[in-house]
Design a protein around this ligand. Sequence first.
Ligand SMILES: C[S@@+](CC[C@H](N)C(=O)[O-])C[C@H]1O[C@@H](n2cnc3c(N)ncnc32)[C@H](O)[C@@H]1O
Length: 232
Amino acid sequence: MSRASLEKHTEEVQAMFDDVAPRYDVVNDILSLGQTRRWRKIVFDAVGAKPGQRVLDLAAGTGTSSEPFADAGIGVVACDFSQGMLKVGKRRRPDIDFVAGDATNLPFEDNSFDAATISFGLRNVNEPKKALAEMLRVTKPGGTLVIAEFSHPTFAPFRTVYTEYLMKALPPIAKKVSSNPAAYVYLAESIRDWPNQDGLAAWIDQAGWDSCRYRNLSGGIVAVHRATKPLV
Ligand SMILES: C[S@@+](CC[C@H](N)C(=O)[O-])C[C@H]1O[C@@H](n2cnc3c(N)ncnc32)[C@H](O)[C@@H]1O
């Protein structure tokens, strides 16, 4: 995959995730140094869903980000457009409701979820602003949006080291543990090109969400943004 992949053509992103699906969770855990479980618990708490509520986990991949909700007895719909990721997910967690769908044209009714969340997915969507608008459409008034995404480390010297680390160390590690190392070159480049915390908050506001706040995790390697859908 070339740098052109940064243009995030839908079919290329889809094919890339189809390809990495069988080893996605293992590689993810290794590359995040085991931090993903902690990050997922923070997302779960930020959503604040109660039993009986319905949560959309968009770009859910193999459903790892949906598990905390299913485990807590919350009705979670795991939606993704990669058949490869959905297949691995359905096999791993047959109790979770996996639905094929594109984030920019969701196959759900207006106002049909109490909350919408997306973990490490928005950066991969070819038109992320459209996905934010679609998540708003399907969420009930007063409902919650929670986004977990790689972001910009807040401490400038660390940011430099991190960017260097990402650009230089990630692809060689990925070569050893992944069948598709190019996907991890894409990962490093797409993280570097993603807006910072305030930039993403501005997109969320512009899409029509209210009261956007964010919390930095692991020094800003990840940020969790939370917003609500206006009541009227
Ligand atoms: C890095 S994975 C994240 C999976 C999961 N949320 C997690 O936290 O492990 C990103 C996912 O985004 C999905 N994706 C990218 N663009 C999408 C789109 N336009 N519509 C639906 N899913 C999309 C990919 O198929 C992939 O499964």
